[in-house]
Write a protein that binds this ligand. Structure first.
Ligand SMILES: [Zn+2]
Length: 130
């Protein structure tokens, strides 16, 4: 028995404790070859060593990894805003490309005409006299 194990509680004291993961894995591999037992290596936060366990399912409580912090929305960064801007631009470009070229040109002319009229110009459309 490892001398430290006198001070270890319960499950730790009954188990073999390995100082490194590598050692534990080597032992586990040997057990598998010799006894056909698949053992899992896990870190023990109580004795600061590695144990082997046959239980494949849940980790022992002391070895459970710290619960993940709940995902909270992180503040939007400049990169986020740039990405959003690019997404909007791409959407706009896609919409523009769906509009037929003739329609875009006609709209452009109408806008130009409206602008000119607003500024006091008389706009005579081609072929007409409005
Ligand atoms: Zn332990």
């Amino acid at each position: 028995m490892h001398p430290d194990e006198r001070t270890l509680i319960g499950s730790c004291a009954r188990k073999n404790r390995y100082p490194t993961e590598e050692v534990a894995r080597r032992i586990a591999a040997r057990c598998e070859v010799q006894r056909g037992e698949v053992l899992r290596v896990y870190w023990c936060g109580l004795c600061l060593g590695y144990h082997l366990t046959r239980e494949a399912a849940a980790l022992p409580a002391e070895a459970a990894p710290p619960p993940e912090a709940p995902a909270k929305p992180r503040p939007r960064t400049r990169a986020d805003r740039r990405a959003e801007g690019r997404a909007r631009a791409a959407e706009h470009n896609a919409a523009v490309q769906e509009t037929p070229r003739e329609q875009r040109q006609a709209e452009g002319l109408q806008n130009a005409a409206a602008f000119l009229r607003k500024n006091g110009w008389t706009v005579i459309p081609p072929g007409g006299s409005k």
